[in-house]
Structure formats: C-alpha cells, structure tokens
Write a protein that binds this ligand. Structure first.
Ligand code: C2E
Ligand code: CA
Ligand code: CA
Length: 510
C-alpha cells in the first residue's frame, strides 16, 4: 500500500527526527566548547601575566634591598648589621638580608655574625634560587636574590608565603606554578624539582623578561565543560530550545513530505492516476451500451493500486477533484476520436464524490469532456454513491440544474446500501439506479435479503428510473436480471475493468 509507512521507514523517520533535534545541540555545544576553550586559554594567559607582574614587584623590593647592601659587603658585621635589619623592616616581602665575602655569608639580618659558604651554581641566571626552606624555617619556601661584585656579595630572601599567596589568590580557578631554574612552587607552598606537571586544559607558560623565572598556568581536566555550563547557561538553554524546535520541525517536515496528500499530488502531476474501462451491456441484447470509468493508480513502485486504497485519502484532501478531472481528460483523449463511429449514444459513467459539489467547477469539467466527443455521441453519466449523497442546498441544485442543461445524466451508485429517500431521487432528477453488487450476488441464494433485489427493481420501475445491475458474474444472475427487465448489466461476466488502450482494441476487434 503506497500510503502506509513501513516499519523500517518509521525507524528511519524517528532517527531523522532525533538527528535534526540533536544536530543543532551537538553543533552548538561543539561551538560553545571551542569558545570556552579559547576563553580559558586567554584566561590562563592573563592570570600568568598578572602573576608575573606581582612576582616582579616583589622581586624589585628584594633586589633593591640587595643592591643597597652590596656596597657594605666587606665591612664588619657589627657595623652593617643594623643596615641589614633596616632593609628587612623597610622593604615589603623581604624576609632576610645577608652579606657575603668571597662566596661566604659572614653577616645575616637574622643571626648577625654567621659563616656559611654558598656556591653560586644552582642560581638561575646567577641571581635566583627557589629553596624548600632554610635551617630556621625548613618547611617554608624561600626565594633568594643574589648579587655579586668582585668578592662582595649580597643576598636578600623573599618569603615563600607571599609567593604561594599570589599563586593562590590570583589563580583562584587557574592552576599556577612559579618556576625558578629546576625548582617550582605550587599554590600550596610546596617546592618541588624536576619537570613541571602537565595541565590538561589551556596550558600556557610565560617567562618574566626581567628576572629568571617563569609562570605556568592551566586548568584541570573537565574545566572546559564546567566553564561552559557555568558561563553560558542561557546559551545552553537556548541550544536545548532550538534542539527541540528543530526536532519538531524535522518531524513535521518529514510527516508533510510523507503525507498521503503530497504523495498523491506528486502522482497526479506524474499522471499516475489512469482510467480503466469496464463494459456495461444492455440487459436484453447484451450489446455494449457504454462503460464505467474506474480509476487505478499506476504506482512506479507498488504497481497497480486499487481505488478503494487511495480514493478515501483523495476525498479527504480534496485532491479527488483534480484527479477526476485528469481521469476525464484522459478518457476524452482516448475515446473522443472514436465517437464518430458510435451508432447510438455511448454511456460513459464517471464516479464523483460530495467534494465535487462544493463549487460549480464540475460544470466546466463536464463541458470540456463533452466537447471532446461528436455532438450527441455520448451520454455522460455521473455516478454518486448512495452512502454519500449531495446535501440539497442551493449550490447543489444550481450544479445539478446546469449539468442537466448540458445533457449530463446522474446515477445513484451502490443503490440499496444507503438511505436515499424517494423525495431525494425525485428532487435531483436522477436517471439511473445502479443496484449494488451485494444484491446481485444473492440471486439464486434463498435468503431474506435476496428479496430486497425484487423490491429495488419494483421501486425503480415505479419511479421510471433505468437500472444498472452491478457485479454480474454468472449466467444465472444475468438471466434473472434480464427476466426482471433490468435495463443494463455490468460485471466480470461481460468484462473486467481494463486499460483504455486494451479496451479500444477489444472494441475494434468486435
Ligand atoms: P463502484 O463505483 O461501485 O465500481 C464498481 C466496482 O466493482 C469496481 O471496483 C469494479 O472493478 C468492481 N466490479 C465490477 N464487476 C464486478 C464483478 O463482477 N464482481 C466483483 N466482485 N466486482 C466487480 P473498483 O474498480 O475496485 O472500484 C472500487 C470503488 O472505488 C468503486 O466502486 C468506486 O466507488 C471507487 N472508484 C473507482 N474509481 C473511482 C473514481 O474515478 N472516482 C471515485 N470517486 N471513486 C472511484
Ligand atoms: Ca460506480
Ligand atoms: Ca457500485
């Protein structure tokens, strides 16, 4: 059935709907993720720059203390001790000051006279050394600034507490490390040596241009995602919103593109609805009196489709009107050229529906149809099923009257299965009653409904209406109908519905 969705297609549709919903979310998330990554890199660089500024400021103080003291180196500790202590007191961040002679500390702000040999080897750039601690405070980091001039030397130390404070306070979300030479200090105040640990996100390394130290900045694993959800909550909600909208649009578009209406519109444009002709014969002579035009859908994949599978959809969508128009045009093209040879008016039955009665377009369609035949060579009979009769409105009266004026005739199809009243039949000036095939099928079978056929025949005779018996399949049925003076017969006994061209060649063979 061409208008039903197959399970495999349904799964595909669900997948497409999900994809159209997820794609913007995934794409948007990816863009946000990249954006967050870029923001974090910038953040890390800015934090590292700020840390470097702070460390340089601290080192400036420390260096100034050392520079001021250097000229005093060589003088006795007793004479310079006060100067050493003054620097510690005056200069922020400076923890201790020391004077050296010949690579040996001989005077310290802390201990006064002192004696310790200090090799210059481990100092970065000969100036800076990051230490885990000293004998006084073994667990507190210490940054030593050292200058020398000949045998003279001065050392000023910067308290690691201030350094780790900077690392902690500036880099509240950023992980920061201060590296001096082979040693490095983290925000928790610990000094370690060797290679720096890797930061998984936005790692950057900046060097001070003024002192020999570097700052590494970065973020731990998962920071990009955390940053995204924290910083872009509105964008995130928008993404979800767009995802839902896009999924819904995808769903609706698919539904529309697969809707029976669209599929039938396509088929109509491709002229896939084609006429089949079934013979109608005279009840007495069994000579051909005309045809009924029956629609078939010549579907490119499904093959020939029966009308009861698609006509309800066509009626529902209103497409039945242009479909019938196409059917009439094709019929006129096929039979019009033969009409000169018709010896008596040839009946051509076309099935119409209530949709045809919503305006007067049918009049023009019938006028065009009749125009394709030799004048008086055919009787166009519009068949309307009894289950779906016209509303007796002003419009339908106008329609019927004008069609009658054109010479168009009317048949009540499937008669006996609906509920047309006698008044109705008179009001609309019906010409034929088509006895439903279910009653014909009862002929020869003695059931209560087999008597209905006789009643219908009597009724039609009283109303002076011509009768067509449908679905005549057996000789017995045909004989019975002939015996009861049913005017016309139609059924497989006389011929199945067949394609127009086939019908025409059968006609010429006769
Ligand atoms: P219908 O108008 O009552 O058409 C007669 C149906 O009976 C046709 O079925 C025909 O093939 C079938 N038939 C004819 N002789 C025999 C017989 O001896 N035995 C049996 N068992 N069946 C027989 P079909 O062509 O499948 O059409 C079914 C229905 O679809 C039609 O019933 C009609 O209501 C509708 N239809 C067909 N073509 C059109 C059309 O162009 N427009 C509209 N609106 N409806 C159409
Ligand atoms: Ca019919
Ligand atoms: Ca019928």
């Amino acid at each position: 059935m061409p208008l039903k969705t197959k399970p495999r297609k349904r799964r595909l549709k669900v997948a497409v709907t999900l994809l159209s919903g997820l794609l913007p979310v995934l794409l948007g998330s990816f863009i946000l993720y990249m954006q967050a990554g870029r923001a974090l890199v910038q953040h890390a660089q800015e934090t590292a720059e700020e840390a470097i500024r702070q460390f340089e400021l601290m080192l400036d103080n420390t260096a100034q203390a050392a520079h001021e003291l250097l000229p005093l180196a060589g003088q006795s500790c007793l004479d310079v001790n006060l100067a050493l202590r003054e620097q510690v007191t005056r200069r922020p961040f400076v923890r201790s000051t020391n004077l050296m002679w010949d690579d040996t500390i001989y005077c310290s702000s802390l201990f006064g006279d002192y004696h310790e040999k200090v090799a210059s080897g481990g100092y970065a750039g000969g100036r800076l050394l990051l230490m885990k601690g000293n004998p006084v405070t073994p667990d507190t980091a210490l940054l030593v600034y050292r200058i020398e001039d000949g045998k003279r030397g001065a050392l000023a130390t910067l308290d690691g507490y201030h350094l780790s404070n900077v690392l902690r306070l500036i880099g509240r979300h950023t992980l920061l490390i201060l590296q001096v030479g082979n040693n490095w200090l983290t925000a928790d105040g610990h000094v370690q040596e060797g290679t720096l640990p890797d930061f998984s996100v936005a790692q950057s390394m900046l060097k001070s241009t003024r002192y020999d130290f570097s700052v590494a900045a970065g973020f731990p694993d998962g920071e990009t995602w955390r940053y995204m959800t924290n910083e872009y909550p509105t964008l995130f909600s928008l993404l979800i919103f767009f995802g839902v909208i896009s999924g819904a649009i995808g769903h609706v578009l698919q539904k529309r593109s697969n809707s029976p209406t669209l599929e039938m519109q396509r088929a109509l444009d491709a002229v896939e609805f084609v006429p089949y002709f079934q013979a109608v014969v005279h009840g007495d002579s069994k000579k051909l009196s005309g045809i009924e035009v029956l629609m078939r859908w010549n579907h490119p994949k499904e093959g020939l489709v029966r009308p009861d599978l698609f006509i309800p959809f066509a009626e529902h969508s209103g497409l039945i009107v242009p479909m019938t128009r196409s059917l009439m045009q094709q019929t006129a093209t096929l039979l019009g050229p033969l009409s000169g040879s018709f010896t008596e008016p040839f009946h051509i039955g076309i099935n119409i529906t209530a949709s045809h009665c919503q305006n007067l377009d049918l009049i023009q369609d019938c006028r065009q149809f009749l125009g394709a035949f030799a004048p008086g060579s055919i009787h166009l009979v519009l068949e309307l099923t009894e289950r779906e009769l016209f509303e007796p409105t002003e419009l339908t009266h106008q329609l019927f009257d004008q069609l009658h004026e054109l010479g168009v005739m009317f048949a009540i199809d499937d008669f006996g299965t609906g509920h047309s009243s006698l008044g109705y039949l008179r009001q609309f000036n019906v010409d034929f009653l088509k006895i439903d095939q279910s009653f014909v099928a009862m002929i020869g079978i003695d059931t209560p409904s087999s008597h209905i056929l006789d009643t219908i025949i009597q009724l039609a005779r009283k109303l002076e209406l011509s009768m067509v018996a449908e679905g005549v399949e057996t000789q017995e049925q045909s004989d019975y109908l002939t015996a009861h003076n049913v005017n016309f017969q139609q059924g497989f006994l006389f011929g199945r519905p067949m394609p127009g061209a086939e019908f025409i060649s059968a006609l010429s063979d006769h």
